[in-house]
Write a protein that binds this ligand. Structure first.
Ligand code: PEP
Ligand code: MN
Length: 337
């Protein structure tokens, strides 16, 4: 239920409304920076009738939240949220570029890639230290040593860091190195991980599972938010379909739908959607036109020699040219980049 309090609600009246809902088994969450105050009542209790809540002194309006996700819904927070990470705002006017290699390989790789990410206007450097590989015999990532390198190189280039976390046991070790925890498509329903990320002081990017519906994807975001962390970004990265020319199929429907039913910033990863370099460019352009708040793109200074996802990694020059085009597209849809 979403409850809007009156402008002139007294502290005692607000306490009484909250006490009534808590007694019914609900947790109360206030939307940030709204006047009048808007509260969501979430939990497993027995919902009092809307009429009962509307009749309480100090209540202006009460309504059910029809979506299964509550805190992530626009029914609760009508304005698009701006998630700020180290001075970079996701969900505002700027479309944010995040880029870098699939996996961290070496200092030289990171330095050469970071230079081009920064020069093209990127704000966040990506790089996996723990890789969810389909085969247990494929390279699994450099682990903490890789994160150290990524943090150092990103700092030296004025970039933030995003990196994938695979298990809740990695949270404490990774936290000092990352600004944004990435939850990968294969871990979208790792509920114990999502729950624990709800209690950390870091932004979390939740990728859509390979065959997850939009509701299931937003429910993963809800898990993080229900723990108290509302700095959540959701990322469309292509879903599994019957087409074989591309690795996955970028679902731009989901971008438009998620923007409409959720207030969270929506990011698009065209690299894993396409799986082939020359398709990443048009998909990135389309994503910005469709309203994406940011892009997560694989870039490698020498993709022929990349350990992981080389065929879909852009050459630095390609990334620079793409960023120029994205600037024009962003302007055409009232954004900047
Ligand atoms: C990645 O970002 O390198 C990755 C493994 O992505 P996804 O979880 O979308 O497959
Ligand atoms: Mn990859």
């Amino acid at each position: 239920m979403v409850i809007t309090l009156r402008d002139d609600v007294t502290p005692d009246q607000r306490r009484a409304v909250e006490a009534r809902l808590r007694a019914a088994g609900f947790q109360l969450v206030a939307a940030p920076d709204t006047a009048p105050v808007v509260l969501a009542a979430v939990g497993e209790g027995t919902m009092p009738s809307l009429a009962d809540i509307r009749a309480l002194p100090g209540v202006a309006a009460a309504a059910h939240i029809p979506e299964p996700f509550k805190l992530a819904s626009r029914s609760f927070r009508q304005r698009s949220s701006i998630v700020t990470v180290g001075g970079v705002a996701f969900g505002g006017d700027d479309v944010v570029l995040m880029a870098g290699p699939c996996t961290i390989e070496s200092e030289e790789q990171l330095v050469r890639t970071a230079q081009s990410v920064r020069a093209a206007g990127g704000r966040v450097m990506r790089g996996g230290a723990f890789k969810p590989r389909t085969s247990p015999y494929s390279f699994q990532g450099l682990g903490e040593e890789g994160l150290k390198l990524l943090r150092r190189v990103a700092d030296a280039h004025g970039l933030l860091v995003i990196s994938e976390i695979m298990d809740r046991s990695q949270i404490a070790m990774m936290a000092p190195y990352v600004d944004i925890f990435q939850v990968g498509a294969r871990n979208m329903q790792n509920f114990s991980l999502l729950r624990d990320l709800g209690t950390v002081d870091r932004a979390v990017l939740v990728k859509r599972g390979l065959s997850a519906t939009v509701d299931e994807w937003l429910m993963a975001a809800e898990y993080v938010m229900s723990g108290g962390n509302d700095r959540v970004l959701v990322c469309e990265r292509g879903i599994r379909a019957y087409e074989t020319y591309t690795r996955n199929t970028l679902d731009l429907n989901a971008v438009a739908v998620a923007k409409a039913i959720s207030h969270l910033p929506v990011i698009v990863d065209p690299s894993h959607a396409a799986g082939v370099r020359d398709k990443v460019v048009p998909l990135a352009r389309a994503a910005v036109a469709a309203g994406a708040d940011g892009l997560l793109i694989e870039v490698h200074y020498d993709p022929e020699r990349a350990i992981c996802d080389g065929p879909q990694s852009l050459y630095p020059e390609q990334f620079t040219a793409l960023a120029e085009q994205l600037r024009l597209i962003a302007a055409a849809v009232g954004r900047s980049l």
